[in-house]
Design a protein around this ligand. Structure first.
Ligand code: EPZ
Length: 427
């Protein structure tokens, strides 16, 4: 077990390179099953969610080999059993994408319900509604979700809630179904478009990804492909708020600025200088931060996965900001950690009232989930004194080389075994 030791208060300068998108690659890895062939995927982030998914594929009989640090070759031709047991699925939410991918290839899937970050209830009724509309029977017993069909047929599906996971799972199941599937009220996140582009490069016929109506003409066969994952919108956004919180001048490279517009807009309102280039974004913060109100929404709204980092930024802004969580029921659990660093934040259900303070102070804190972990890390980087961050495995689920990237822009951060003394004692 390890922890981070962080000496806060350093202004940041330099460049940071953004990795491939976690929430795209966690859909694309299971999607390789549909090819029954060899796929080469580039720009794969080296994060624990990826290793878990690749291990699941290997356990299923796929051949997986790294051709470089971020390039993986996956051959799924030898997979015969469409089964993922609890021991494998419990580690991450995205294991439910094996349901759609298995259904698409084998017309059956037996997957134990997924784990993942705990933001309250995380139903999968819309995934099941989609599978059933395509002709599958879905049942749950002995801790498994079973989905089986003689044949899958295209259908007209209207999602009751905009769901990233359901949109992806229905695309995976429908891509080889007979006839046309029309998916309405679909999610529009960049990773939905990336998955559609990946599947199309395998020979699928998917149109409209990135809008709220996706049309999928089923095809008989999908083939192997080579594909490069898009840059991670949320990792980029996290470095944007870290730079804004700590202050300084940071160039964030390998990004798609269009994907970051809702975050850019809020940072500009907060008084941060944001300059967009073709594939980079520069953050300069030299003045005090100003209050901003934020409400999270499905894309292109402000992303819920940036809510903890934005709230943490507003904790040191002048004035009182209101942050409303519009996607998850319970995504303010990290606020207790921030309060121990001196933040003044009151939470009532899905609304946080953030009364800015001039400065946070160091404390021992823990990551309570992935983005909450990013938020406490950010708080520690701008607090006075030396903080310790525990439960960092949550952070490393989604941020590649986070310690090295932060050190490169001037952060004082070290990863040490849990039993180690603090940074000042260690020096
Ligand atoms: C994805 O989760 C992401 N995870 C989450 O990012 C992200 O917070 C979320 O989308 C929203 O953007 C991955 O991509 C692996 P949803 P997902 O289905 O697909 C309700 C991160 O930090 N809903 O879009 O599970 C649900 O309760 C992670 O990287 C239903 O009611 O989210 C929620 O209120 C954490 N029924 C809303 O929809 C369903 O069947 C959005 O959930 C499905 C969802």
């Amino acid at each position: 077990m390890e922890k981070y030791i962080i000496e806060g208060g350093h202004r940041l300068h330099g460049e940071v390179e953004i990795s491939g998108a976690k929430n795209a690659v966690v859909a694309i890895i299971p999607a390789t099953i549909l090819a029954k062939d060899r796929c080469v995927i580039e720009n794969v982030p080296n994060i624990s969610d990826v290793s878990i998914l690749l291990h699941i594929l290997q356990d299923l009989g796929a051949k997986v080999s790294y051709l470089g640090k971020n390039t993986v070759e996956i051959d799924t031709s030898h997979i015969t059993e469409p089964v993922v047991p609890y021991e494998s699925s419990r580690h991450l939410r995205a294991s439910y994408y094996f349901l759609g991918a298995f259904l698409g290839r084998f017309n059956q899937a037996h997957v134990s319900p997924p784990g993942g970050c705990n933001f309250g209830v995380r139903p999968i009724d819309q995934h099941i509604k989609g599978f059933e509309a395509l002709g599958a029977s879905v049942s749950t017993d002995y801790g498994f979700i079973h989905a089986t069909a003689e044949e899958l047929y295209g259908s007209h599906i209207y999602l009751d809630v905009v769901s990233v996971g359901a949109t992806i799972n229905i695309m995976l199941a429908a891509v080889k179904a007979k006839g046309l599937t029309i998916l309405e009220n679909a999610a529009k996140e960049p990773h939905i478009v990336d998955l559609a582009n990946f599947l199309n490069s395998m020979g699928a016929d998917i149109r409209g990804a990135g809008t709220d109506v996706i049309k999928i003409h089923g095809v008989d066969v999908l083939r192997g492909t080579s594909y490069s994952i898009i840059p991670d919108q949320i990792e980029a956004g996290t470095y944007m708020t870290i730079a804004a919180a700590a202050g300084g001048d940071v160039l964030i490279k390998n990004v798609i600025p269009k994907h970051l517009e809702s975050i850019t807009d809020k940072l500009l309102q907060a008084g941060v200088s944001v300059t967009e280039y073709d594939d980079a974004i520069r953050i300069i913060r030299s003045k005090p931060l100003k209050k901003v109100n934020v409400k999270t929404m499905p894309h292109p709204g402000f992303p819920t996965d940036m809510q903890p980092q934005m709230t943490t930024l507003l904790a040191i802004a002048e004035g009182t900001s209101i942050v409303t969580e519009g996607v998850w029921d319970n995504r303010f659990k990290y606020v207790d950690e921030l309060r121990r660093m001196g933040a003044h934040i009151q939470v009532d259900g899905k609304v946080a009232v953030v009364e800015g303070v001039p400065q946070l102070t160091a404390a021992p804190v823990k990551a309570v989930d992935l983005r909450a972990g990013a938020a406490v890390l950010q708080a520690a980087l701008c607090a006075t004194g030396i903080s310790e961050v525990e439960d960092i495995h949550y952070i490393e689920r989604g941020y590649e080389d986070v310690v090295e990237k932060l050190q490169k822009i001037g952060c004082s951060i070290k990863k040490v075994p849990i039993s180690s003394p603090t940074l000042s004692q260690a020096q």
